[in-house]
Design a protein around this ligand. Sequence first.
Ligand SMILES: N[C@@H](CC(=O)c1ccccc1NC=O)C(=O)O
Length: 277
Amino acid sequence: MDQHGIPARGSRGPGALEPWKEMSAEELEKQYSPSRWVVRVEPEEALRTFSGKGTEATKNAQATRRCQLHAPYGDGKGDRMDIYFPDVQSEALPFFLFFHGGYWQSGSKDQSAFMVDPLTAQGVAVAVVDYDIAPKGSLDQMVDQVTRSIMFIQKRYPCNEGIYLCGHSAGAHLASMVLLASWTEHGVVPNLRGLFLVSGIYDLEPFVHTSNNALLLLTLEDALRNSPQQRLDVAPAPPAGLACPILVMVGEHESPEFHRQSWEFCQIIMKTISQKC
Ligand SMILES: N[C@@H](CC(=O)c1ccccc1NC=O)C(=O)O
């Protein structure tokens, strides 16, 4: 265990399953290529459709909803979010913050506002958050950006009726990292009321050994430091975010490794809650 409370390499506790260690490089690559598990279309078409539909929905949301685009949540050029508002004019709204996926190296807020229509219609404000993807940003910087984007919403809308975080894939990982955040250090505790984690990965060690790491260049240390699966139950204090409901979801047709990641993350959350809360 080091000073960050990070367990030594490979010590995931008794009973931990690490089937990925037995896989060939080719199999591991496939397990961590979500587009190859789409059942209806070929991987390239799946990726094209995903970004095409997202871009179209974003243009539609920007044309039809009251919104503030490129709102700066910090001083960095990449510290930007688009905020979409419901018809009701109020500061006391629930806020839904979305963090896109793309293995920390692709995707943007400009193709990720597909949930804006249904949520704003229900009286929810939606913030779609950009962060500096690789190679511009490092994973540690992205985690910091996500933390600052949440603090920005809390400070700007102190009367909010709850902050709900949602992330998809790599974005689910970034959202889950708030469970390790030390909010008192940041001078504001966000009014977190819910976490929606969709098809995320929470133990980054297997990812390090795939070609997806070529741009991100995560070391094993970076991966462990940024793996809530490995840090949650050894974190020194009960994470503030654990006081709210956490929904861990995974797509039916995602790879067995993606299913295992979500399942084991659920287990560690429940274990941590029973120990610390
Ligand atoms: N190169 C990956 C792309 C990918 O992983 C991805 C694409 C869009 C949204 C999320 C993704 N994965 C995780 O963040 C693949 O082929 O599946």
